[in-house]
Design a protein around this ligand. Structure first.
Ligand code: KG4
Ligand code: ZN
Length: 341
């Protein structure tokens, strides 16, 4: 067997068409991302049908670019890893069909990857020393999970959101204060000009385990605040709203996550997903982890939001564990963390 294993990763679960080549699960040889954000901004959010069509247009180009940048051909690729869920069904189907055709035509092993596991694996790319077990907080547009990564591909879910995902709350609040899509980065930037203590928004406590999250109450509190200002003819300080909302989200995420790390007697903690690129969240975790003597891992922002390098990395660990997908691999829009193993 040759020493190095090259995995081609393919990602099309939402509004990014991406392909990447990763060596031995940790070394990125290429990471090509074609974002559709500008297109969807026109509509204030992702339009699934448009996303699928755009993926079809781009997937070939993006894959060719990833191979060229990695200075290799399909002959050098040992396995093809593709996101098969969760995500938008039409969008996922483009990547899955493409990867299946490629694998079938070239007789390469096919590995279906869970997108959430991909986000977690993004941490392995830059932190070469990071190995399970550790606790990971996954915060993206569709997911908010707190999990113990017991081993590669083995997870114990401590908590998840009961309603909106953290990124969804960012996007909805951004829309309410007129910032448009995608809300996360815009709130992140505007919040820097505001006072996080200006407005007392609620921090939700849900369930007995203390690990679940709820963001819909916070979102309603922001909407109520905006309505009451309008009724009273008071001008809204959008920077203060952004900063106070963000502080409420960050406080809850930090509190729940680090309680989990300590209760499980672990000293390693990682964040993942689009919201993990948030500057206030990163800073708060940096400070709190330093105080509590916890090693803190966070991927660079480009590896937090959707990309295919993270899919290739997760796919590598699935591949060396012997997981293979058949030609019946299908898109599973509501795939859960840890499903399918
Ligand atoms: O992981 P991701 O790219 O896609 C999903 O798997 O959902 O996450 C996208 C989400 C969006 O809700 C976006 O608003 C949010 O991540 N996001 C951020 C930031 N950058 C992206 N949220 C807060 N601050 C950011 N800087
Ligand atoms: Zn994602």
């Amino acid at each position: 067997m040759k020493e190095d294993i090259l995995v081609l990763g393919i990602e099309s679960s939402c509004d990014e068409t991406a392909a990447a080549v990763v060596k031995n699960g940790r070394e990125v040889l290429s990471n090509v991302i074609s974002s559709q954000i500008e297109l969807h901004t026109l509509y204030g959010g992702v339009v699934p049908e448009i996303a699928s069509r755009k993926h079809i247009e781009k997937i070939n180009q993006v894959t060719e670019a990833a191979l060229a940048e990695a200075n290799c051909t399909m002959d050098d690729i040992d396995a093809i890893a593709v996101t098969y869920g969760p995500g938008l069904v039409g969008a996922l189907l483009v990547g899955v069909s493409f990867a299946k055709s490629l694998a079938f035509a070239l007789d390469k092993p096919l590995v279906g990857v869970n997108h959430i596991e991909g986000h977690i694996a993004a941490n392995y790319i830059e932190a070469k020393e990071l190995e399970p077990p550790f606790v990971c907080l996954i915060v993206s547009g569709g997911h908010t999970h707190l999990a113990v990564v017991e081993d590669y591909g083995k997870y114990k879910i401590l908590g998840c959101t009961r309603d909106d995902a953290a990124g969804e709350a960012y996007d909805k609040v951004a829309r309410a204060i007129g910032l448009g899509y995608p809300g996360g980065p815009k709130i992140d930037a505007l919040a820097k000009e505001g006072d996080p203590e200006a407005i007392a928004f609620p921090r939700a406590k849900v369930g007995e385990n203390g690990y679940d999250f709820s963001f819909s109450g916070l979102k309603s509190a922001v909407l109520n605040y905006l309505n009451s200002c309008e009724m009273k003819n008071e001008e809204v300080d959008r920077a203060n709203v952004a900063a106070s909302f963000q502080k409420a989200v960050v406080d809850v995420l930090v509190e729940h996550a680090l309680t989990g790390v300590e209760q499980y007697g672990l000293h390693k903690f990682a964040i993942a997903g689009g919201v993990a690129s948030n500057s206030a969240l990163r800073k708060a975790f940096e400070e709190e982890c330093a105080k509590r003597n916890i090693d803190f891992y966070r991927p660079s922002p480009i590896l937090c939001t959707d990309n295919a390098a993270m899919i290739a990395s997760a796919g590598y660990y699935d591949y060396i564990a012997g997981h293979r997908s058949g030609w019946d691999l299908n898109a599973i829009p509501n795939l859960k963390l840890g499903d399918g193993k």
